[in-house]
Design a protein around this ligand. Structure first.
Ligand SMILES: Cc1ncc(COP(=O)(O)O)c(C=O)c1O
Length: 413
């Protein structure tokens, strides 16, 4: 075995076609796609009966612990097209002290901050770029709130694919710097992520860029799907009762929902599904508004603002997929105020030693709010997604100092 034979061994692949998530019409595999004819996201479909025959839980358990262990359920055909930076399985961390303190049930955090580029965007972009390499794409462009751009840059560069990235002007400095350092060309734009998306759309039409915006190409969702595959495997193929997911474009939530359906089809899990909870910030909550209004789509949220920049997405092309998964799972959508996000970040770090990103902290704030209003109970096992390392965000300054030349009152320290 090399350091990771998931990356080198050829395995059978099972993609049959792609399907419009809205209209259901099908599209051929192995050619370049963006949206469907209806202008909606395309989903990758597999010969799941074939996967069922080819893959067992025992065989899976023997493979190295990264997302490429699920190759039979992934779109990349040839191992040589895998562009990897080490997409390790991420740990699940229990918040035991906090559960006892707030009278909650089991609270598990899936800590995605351990992935390359420090966020779960690595899952989606490693897949999109590997597929771009397989399909011969030479120039990818995307709008980003930061983390996705960092992941695109990181994978496109070693794949010899050019990447051009647009982010809102107030994107955290660290994100803009890492994008540039990892070999992309990045522009700050005086607008929000959907304004950046319009520039990418025009660049696609005028300069032939490949548009890798959230859900506008079919493979990021396949990468994000591995969160669901991995979570199920790590929990012994038992579904948790409820998942709190910080929802922007919603790729992760939609991807996990797809993963669970595929796992059931190959006989790895039963019919039980977690309740899917879409967590948004009070200053940008289009899914919450649509969920409560009972509508299928979520109109743009004007004047969007929140400290959780990753979920500052005023309008999502996969809105109907997010809302369908939330409703079908008997879950809900919930908004949390920025003050609650800040307080949650502080509480988890000071109590559990786990530094969440603001988006991850939003899920803990939402859990607390839901426990208080009875939408979750202490009988339930909850999984919260911390989608990025807390170290990627500005941290509060520490002003305490000590003068080593003066007498120190040790008892008072
Ligand atoms: C840290 C973080 N959390 C959550 C999200 C939202 O992810 P999704 O597009 O899957 O809803 C993002 C997206 O930028 C993010 O960076």
């Amino acid at each position: 075995m090399l350091h990771d034979d998931n990356l080198t061994i050829e395995r059978p692949t099972f993609v049959t076609h792609l399907e419009c998530a809205f209209a259901g019409d099908s599209y051929p595999a192995d050619v370049i796609h963006n949206l469907s004819r209806a202008g909606k996201p395309l989903l990758v479909r597999y010969d799941l009966a074939g996967v069922k025959k080819a893959l067992s839980k025992a065989a899976l358990a023997q493979r190295p612990p990264d997302l490429w262990r699920y190759r039979e359920l992934l779109p990349v055909r040839r191992a040589t097209n895998i562009v990897s930076l080490g997409e390790t399985m991420t740990p699940i961390v229990a918040l035991r002290k906090l559960a006892a303190k707030i009278g909650g049930g089991e609270i598990l955090v899936k800590d995605e901050g351990r992935l390359p580029t420090g966020s779960f965007k690595a899952r989606g972009l490693v897949m999109a770029v590997s597929m771009a390499k397989e399909l011969g794409i030479k120039h990818m462009a995307m709008p980003t709130n930061g983390n996705a751009g960092a992941a695109l840059a990181a994978y496109a560069t070693p794949a010899n694919i050019k990447s051009t990235i647009f982010c809102p002007a107030d994107t955290p400095e660290v994100n803009v710097s890492e994008i540039e350092l990892q070999g992309a060309t990045v522009y700050r734009v005086n607008g929000l992520i959907d304004d950046c998306g319009k520039i990418v759309g025009e660049g696609k039409a005028k300069a032939g860029w490949f548009d890798v915006s959230t859900l506008k190409e079919p493979y990021r969702i396949e990468g994000k799907k591995t969160m669901g595959l991995e979570l199920a495997e790590q929990l012994g193929w038992e579904m948790p009762d409820v998942i709190f997911y910080p929802t922007g474009g919603g790729t992760g939530l939609i991807g996990m929902w797809k993963a669970f359906a595929e796992l059931e089809a190959i006989g790895f899990i039963g019919q039980k599904r977690p309740r899917m909870v879409a967590v948004q910030a009070a200053g940008c909550a289009p899914m919450v508004r649509a969920f409560e209004a009972g509508t299928e789509h979520a109109p743009r949220w004007e004047n969007a603002h929140t400290i959780a920049s990753g979920i500052r997405v005023p309008q999502a092309i996969g809105d109907f997929l997010i809302l369908r998964a939330v409703r079908a799972s008997n879950g809900f959508a919930i908004a949390v105020a920025d003050e609650a996000i800040g307080a949650a970040l502080d509480e988890v770090a000071r109590t559990e030693g786990l530094l969440l990103c603001p988006e991850g902290a939003a899920t803990y704030a939402a859990y607390k709010q839901s426990l208080a209003d009875g939408r979750v109970t202490r009988a339930e096992r909850a999984v919260l997604f911390n989608c990025a390392s807390g170290l990627k965000y500005p941290l509060p300054p520490v002003t305490r100092t000590l003068d080593r030349h003066k007498p120190i009152d040790y008892a008072a320290l």
